[in-house]
Design a protein around this ligand. Structure first.
Ligand code: GLU
Length: 496
């Protein structure tokens, strides 16, 4: 008989954008599921009706797909244990809550928000951890039902057993123990009838037959509460792994004040999805053998949650940039054009009116990418790096040529040499430069610098033999962009 497949889940609350810390949680679940031939479930935890939105759910799904983290069961995909949105599972929670009430593991609580707040404040003032006093625990079921029948609002609380140790083996942290004396009876159903997180998650993980829960360390103190609920319901708990938090450089949890935090922001800054995935995997895990640059599939093959570090992971933008540079370099050229095009649309309006699917602009962008790849960290930086190809400033070029000792002489010789050369490639450019050297007797920097300033209008910039073919390709496609020949000819034209 084959072993039961691993079943994992990623369970986001759709209350905003997908934070990179949560994306890492999704990734670690994905790596384990894919590496072990398991199933990955997407469950939407939208019981906070005030804050949950469908737009956020859609955004999170789009971000996961962009990262390449696919799932097997989910709200739109279906699966054997539907529904996969908590807001559609309310009857299930109601039935399990009733079971807990019937078996004496839960009770109605009539405490008002003000009462609870007073208790909390008093506990804090006395230096004690705030914990529900258990005031309503002693109410008999009859009294409670009568008060409810009169319409008094009530929550349902779970009875935390006194004086117990709850221990669980955490795959990342080893055995973790909590004493029940620090745990107040948690609300499992709010007075508006909505299930609380700690309760819904138990019902769902059990019914969806989840075998492993990988989630953020911020949930570790919830785990003993959940284990006690599993026990009371006679359900088998999954195995837990709590990931350390992702921190900013100042060792505070990564937040807005550190810069980008959501997957959407990283995408908008021009990181490639495979770069972000590779980097996030290294936050707390290492593939071993000193290797760091690996595809998602290869990481899945090697991933072992037991080898995930329990110390906090500091987000290192420099390292992410290094990884992104690598993936831009190895990116297949047509795909890189697809990825880069949107940045050109917004930053180079002087390409004229065009759409992303027009062939001309695609060729133009494809021809300039070699100038940027390897030199920039992010897609966002490409247009700035190559804009000289599209925007040549004749006055500035003239000024710079004139400032060179042999500038005009070199440029004249070079103009003659390229007049015959046809479209300039790396090789025909080099041949023309050689010819200009033979004619003028000038070589090295004294030869190449005047050519550079003439053709680019800039004192420094990318390698000329990469820039020149790009200028010629762009010139052939774009109105008003002079070719190399036209550029040097204009410089040499006598002033009108
Ligand atoms: N909805 C919870 C969150 O986003 C999920 C926690 C869990 O994985 O149990 O934090």
């Amino acid at each position: 008989m084959s072993a039961r497949p691993m079943r994992l889940r990623f369970a986001p609350s759709p209350t905003g954008l997908l934070h990179v810390g949560n994306a890492r949680t999704a990734l670690f679940n994905w790596l384990l599921a894919r590496g072990q031939g398991g199933i990955l479930i997407l469950r939407i935890e939208d019981t906070d009706t005030e804050r949950s939105t469908r737009a956020s759910e859609d955004g999170i799904c789009a971000d996961l797909k962009w990262l390449g983290l696919n799932w097997d069961e989910g709200p739109n995909e279906g699966g054997p244990f539907p529904p996969y949105r908590q807001s559609e599972r309310l009857p299930l929670y109601a039935s399990y809550a009733r079971t807990l009430l019937d078996t004496g593991h839960a009770y109605w609580c009539f405490c008002s928000a003000e009462q609870l707040e007073q208790e909390r404040a008093a506990a804090l003032a006395a230096g004690a951890p705030p914990k529900y006093s258990g005031r309503c625990r002693g109410l008999s079921r009859e009294v409670a039902e009568a008060r409810r029948a009169e319409g008094e609002p009530a929550a349902i609380r779970f009875v935390v057993p006194a004086d117990r140790e709850v221990t669980f083996p955490d795959l990342v942290r080893g055995p973790v123990t909590f004493h029940t004396s620090v745990i107040g009876d948690p609300v499992i159903v709010r007075s508006d009838g909505g299930p609380a997180y700690n309760f819904a998650v138990v019902v769902d993980d059990a019914l969806m037959e989840v075998t492993h829960v990988i989630r953020g360390e911020d949930h570790i103190s919830n785990t003993p509460r959940q284990l006690l609920i599993y026990e009371a319901l006679g359900l088998t708990p999954p195995t837990f792994a709590h990931l350390s938090l992702v921190l900013g450089p100042d060792h505070a949890p990564l937040s807005k004040r550190h810069g980008a935090t959501s997957v959407q922001e990283f995408r908008a800054r021009g990181y490639l999805p495979e770069a972000l995935v590779n980097y996030l995997a290294l936050l707390g895990w290492s593939p071993g053998d000193g290797e760091e640059l690996l595809s998602a599939d290869e990481m899945a093959r090697r991933f072992d949650v037991v080898r995930v570090s329990h110390s906090s992971a500091v987000f290192d933008t420099e390292k992410l940039a290094w990884i992104n540079r690598h993936y831009m370099k190895v990116c297949e050229s047509e795909r890189l054009v697809d990825l880069a095009m949107p940045w050109f649309a917004s930053t180079l309006p002087n390409l004229g009116p065009w759409t992303l699917s027009d062939p001309g602009p695609r060729v133009a962008v494809g021809s300039v990418l070699p100038l940027a790849v390897g030199a920039v960290d992010r897609l966002e930086e490409i247009p700035d790096r190559v804009k000289f190809v599209f925007e040549w400033n004749q006055a500035e070029a003239s000024r710079l040529v004139a400032a060179e000792a042999d500038g005009p002489k070199v440029v004249a010789a070079f103009a003659d040499a390229i007049a015959e050369a046809g479209p300039l490639t790396k090789d025909s450019f080099r041949a023309a430069a050689t010819k200009a050297r033979e004619v003028t007797g000038i070589k090295g920097k004294a030869l190449f610098h005047p050519i550079r300033v003439a053709l680019t209008g800039m004192d420094s910039g990318p390698e000329l033999d990469l820039a020149i073919p790009a200028i010629d390709v762009v010139a052939g496609l774009m109105d008003g962009v002079p070719s190399c020949v036209a550029r040097v000819c204009r410089l040499l034209a006598p002033a009108p």
